[in-house]
Design a binder for this molecule. Structure first.
Ligand code: ADP
Ligand code: MG
Length: 696
């Protein structure tokens, strides 16, 4: 048995491995290139590649891949072996060129029209800030993925650019406070990942889970989550075995898996890692999702990452804990020890408040997907309205600043920036509100709207870039100041006044909040098409282009990819429903009612006075419901047919949102109702009870 410290990072070509295996000079140059984000010289790359290959072969690897994150939401890899022919034999080779750049034929990845098929080549380039690692005998090199013309075709490129943007602007602000020693600023993320585990045998019998990741039909089981007995409950042995292996696999590839527990819904669990630099956290989260699914298979289970696998119980999300820190080890969202540090904290806090208010649509867009639409605003996840929770302590301080008041009655002076020390906010006084989409939790923000299945890159790209923009505006205003403290005070006061509408400490699940939010002018973008309608707003395009995070063609392409994905997902769901109903459910139920009718007829012939109420009533109900289901099938088929003539993606998405989803809802109602009447052995699929309670 190896110890955890031995296991951890054993499959990562990390700093220790580099230092041990690279010549001193090469190691130094590589470190510097990583730190400055510069390109690696080919001569250096050759040495690094060779050492990396030797290390990988020792660990049993035979292949390498440029591991990247196209706009499909999952990762992509194409394996190449290290072999190279020599004198009728082979030797194992890996060059610097192969390490730093790849040229996959990438014409089948979504590009939103960015790349025509005649120039199908894309290229991948090593993100040297994220370590290479070995997965299933393949050396994986984390890379960005671009078109031949240099346009980003992936999630990572924009994320890295957004990290540069916030670095640039935060450094300007820090200089104003005399922090000359800070060389770089990075955002950090700790994403909490929710998931379901169900038995593989039951899964294999559900076409809906196989094709769409969620159940499209299913009558509620007698028991759901109403007893709150699963949340933080004792972990069942089979799940505990799974979690043990999951942790080990994650530790091997350097993921800081830390917390594990049962979640609210039956069969639902969560894993939270310790936070790390944002691009690495994004890579690790992709790896986590992949490994979660792989390990589940080994235990005869399936890990469901869909946002809403089951109706009637909670779906899954991803809490994105986010902060900003300096290379000198200071968390900029941590209230400091001195009045001066507090002034700096308040300015960064204001930047986040202003960013969330001004770019609320973009934040909503960043988490929008067909799957997540089932959660947001459904009283199990934050509402679709973006707002911020600061907690009463911090809110009182902001009020005092805004209104020139005392924030502590014992204090004689009015609340002035740079004069008062703020109290430290213990986590338990700041983190009480679980209904808020964006909560301050003592020294970080927790963005809680993310769906469980999606990459965290998009949300963090928006967060980084929007906060960068506000920091830029602040720096522009303060850099020429003659009276820094007074101007800073005014700026903070003004920002609070102008953007406090985004702050809401109340219950986000309460209906009154919807009306209140509307009064405040906050957007309630309920669905993905509603949200995407704002993606190309002038303000949003300007944000991305000003900070060189995305170009106009890149944003337009992303908009198209997102709309297209929404339509395709719902289309697959609709077709799956039709398949299940026409091929399995209707024939089974028609047989069932005929058998009942036959049986009743026989019974009556044999004994005219026999009570046939059950048979008669059931045949009547089932026949009526079959009829209703069949009409709903027809309607869905007709609407799917008419959707074919819609060419414009915006219009099509709208059609899916209104017509198709509604048809699917109607169809489900009658089918679920029949399931409650049908005998167990006649129903073609495992029930909700079997799916949710079968893993012990
Ligand atoms: P919970 O939200 O479940 O109560 P915690 O608040 O303790 O749990 O932590 C949640 C996540 O926040 C963890 O992944 C943790 O590593 C992360 N986190 C803590 N500090 C920071 C930070 N400065 N930046 C980003 N994430 C952080
Ligand atoms: Mg949390």
């Amino acid at each position: 048995m190896k110890s955890v410290t031995e296991i951890f990072g054993s499959m990562v070509f990390d700093d220790a491995a580099m230092e041990a295996r690279l010549p001193k000079e090469t190691y130094k140059i590589l470190q510097k290139t990583i730190k400055d984000g510069k390109h690696l010289e080919i001569s250096v790359a050759n040495v690094v590649a060779n050492a990396m290959k030797d290390w990988a072969i020792e660990k049993g690897a035979t292949h390498y891949t440029h591991w990247f994150q196209p706009m499909t939401g999952v990762t992509a890899e194409k394996h190449d072996s290290f072999i190279s022919p020599k004198n009728g034999k082979v030797i194992m080779e890996f060059s610097g060129k192969e390490l730093i750049k790849g040229e996959p034929d990438a014409s089948s990845f979504p590009s939103g029209g960015l790349r025509a098929t005649f120039e199908a080549r894309g290229y991948t380039a090593w993100d040297a800030t994220s370590y290479a690692f070995i997965k299933d005998g393949v050396l994986c090199i984390p890379t960005v993925f671009c078109s031949y013309g240099g346009e980003a075709l992936d999630q990572k490129t924009a994320l890295l650019r957004s990290m540069e943007a916030i670095n640039r602007q935060a450094l300007r602000v820090l200089k104003l406070f005399g922090n000359e020693d800070v060389k770089s600023v990075k955002t950090t993320v700790g994403p909490e990942q929710e998931y379901f585990l169900i038995d593989e045998k039951a899964y294999n019998k559900r076409k809906d889970l196989i094709y769409t990741g969620r159940t499209l039909f299913g009558a509620r089981a007698p028991k759901g989550q109403e007893l709150d007995d699963h949340y933080f409950g004792a972990i069942k042995p089979r799940v505990a075995e799974y979690m043990k292996e999951l942790n080990e696999e994650l530790w091997k590839v350097g993921v800081l898996a830390k917390t594990e527990h049962n979640e609210v819904a039956p069969a639902q669990h969560e894993m939270a890692p310790i936070f790390t630099t944002t691009n690495i956290a994004a890579d690790h989260n992709q790896l986590t999702m992949e490994i979660m699914q792989k390990v589940a298979k080994r235990h005869g289970m399936v890990c469901l990452l869909h946002e809403k696998p089951f109706a009637g119980v909670n779906g899954s999300g991803k809490h994105n804990n986010w902060s900003i820190s300096t290379d000198t080890g200071v968390n900029l969202l941590e209230p400091g020890e001195t009045p001066y540090e507090n002034a700096q904290f308040l300015l960064f806090l204001c930047a986040v408040i202003k960013a969330v208010d001004e770019y609320q649509e973009l934040l909503r867009i960043s988490v929008a997907s067909a799957g997540n639409d089932h959660r947001l605003g459904a009283n199990e996840a934050p509402p679709a309205i973006v707002s911020m929770f600061l907690g009463s302590d911090l809110s009182e301080i902001l009020d005092a600043i805004e209104n020139d008041e005392h924030f502590d009655p014992k204090q004689k002076e009015l609340m002035r920036i740079g004069v008062h020390t703020l109290p430290k906010f213990p986590k338990d006084t700041t983190d009480r509100n679980r209904t808020s989409p964006f909560a301050f939790t003592g020294n970080k923000f927790e963005f809680r709207m993310l769906g469980s299945a999606s990459s965290i890159s998009c949300a963090n790209t928006v967060l980084n870039t929007s906060v960068a923009e506000e920091l830029k505006q602040f720096a522009d205003e303060l850099e020429g100041s003659k009276d820094f403290e007074a101007d800073l005070h005014d700026l903070i006061k003004r920002t609070i006044k102008e953007h406090k509408r985004i702050i809401f400490n109340g219950d986000g699940y309460d209906d009154s909040w919807i009306a209140e939010a509307e009064k405040r002018g906050l957007k309630n973008l309920k669905t993905t098409p509603d949200a995407l309608a704002h993606m190309l707003d002038v303000k949003n395009v300007k944000l991305f282009t000003d900070h060189k995070v995305l170009t106009v063609p890149e944003i337009t392409a992303r908009h198209e990819v997102r709309l297209e994905n929404y339509c395709k997902v719902i289309n697959i769901e609709a077709l799956t429903m039709l398949d299940m109903v026409r091929k399995d459910i209707l024939p089974a139920m028609s047989d069932f009612s005929c058998e009942l009718a036959d049986g009743a007829a026989k019974k009556a012939a044999f004994m005219p006075e026999a009570d046939c109420t059950y048979e008669k009533e059931t045949v009547k109900s089932v026949s009526a419901l079959i009829g209703a289901a069949f009409r709903a099938v027809r309607k869905l088929e007709e609407d799917l047919l008419s959707s074919k003539s819609i060419e414009d993606f915006t219009e099509l998405a709208d059609f899916y949102k209104t017509k198709i989803l509604d048809d699917m809802r109607v169809l489900r109602i009658s089918v679920d109702e029949i399931e409650t009447i049908a005998p167990k052995e006649k129903w073609p699929y495992p029930s909700y009870g079997e799916l949710l309670f079968s893993v012990r």
